[in-house]
Design a binder for this molecule. Structure first.
Ligand code: CTP
Length: 211
């Protein structure tokens, strides 16, 4: 099971909160896993790229829908949580388009469920390997190690998003693979190559039967 893309959190029927995630890294991971023979469910938020071939795609809009689609796809051997899920949704979404009144509306936000942490901490049907992503601008590996423990996942793929060339929407990614006892610094690579290396590494782990 792979999550990808952004989520759209509605304000009213025509407006939403979102972020710049393109879905390219998550979609590439789903495609690479399918190419290695995995049966893949890709749970994708709204993106403008096509569905990858050979993958079952569940299209969702919101974080709450994404969690439900992920849970419906379990059990699975591996969960890879690449989506840039909106941290908050709007409390009391308006059922009609909000009109200008002269006073700007105040939006009350509530925290969304953390899909990665929810799945990683499941008592039943937890995937044998749970992989999260972390976008950091400083202390990349230290923050990733802390995030790995906090969220209860097995690996964190930490992106360094400090440099000006945009990771979100860009072609390349520079990642550090943080496991329980190792940190691998990968070179700057096309997202397709990050995906290929990641799924090859996962396949190796399952061949060794030591997730
Ligand atoms: N994630 C998720 N559900 C959320 C938020 C995040 O599944 N509601 C997952 C993402 O898919 C990713 C990881 O958690 O695998 C990122 O964690 P997050 O805490 O959002 O990291 P940052 O965006 O880096 O935020 P911060 O540094 O503020 O903790």
């Amino acid at each position: 099971v792979v999550t990808s893309g952004t989520t759209h959190e509605p304000i009213d029927p025509v407006r939403y909160i979102a972020n710049r995630s393109s879905g390219r890294q998550g979609h590439a991971i789903a495609a690479a896993a399918a190419a290695l023979g995995a049966e893949v469910v890709l749970v994708s938020g709204p993106v403008s790229i096509p569905d990858p071939a050979g993958v079952t795609v569940r299209h969702v809009e919101t974080a709450v829908e994404m969690l439900a689609a992920v849970e419906a796809a379990l059990p699975a051997d591996v969960g890879i949580f690449t989506a840039a899920v909106a941290d908050w949704r709007v409390a009391g979404e308006a059922s009609q388009k909000m009109k200008k009144t002269g006073a700007a509306p105040k939006l009350a936000l509530v925290e969304n469920p953390d899909i990665l942490a929810t799945v990683a901490k499941r008592a039943v049907d937890r995937p044998r390997l749970v992989v999260g992503f972390a976008a950091e601008t400083e202390n990349v590996v230290a923050y990733a190690k802390a995030k790995r423990q906090r969220k209860g996942c097995d690996w964190i793929i930490a992106n360094d998003v400090s440099h000006a060339t945009g990771i979100m929407g860009g072609d390349n990614n520079t990642v550090h693979v943080v496991t329980a006892d190792t940190v691998e610094d990968w070179p700057d690579l096309p997202k397709t190559e990050v995906a290929a290396r990641l799924v090859a590494r996962i396949a190796r782990l399952f061949q060794e039967d030591r997730p």
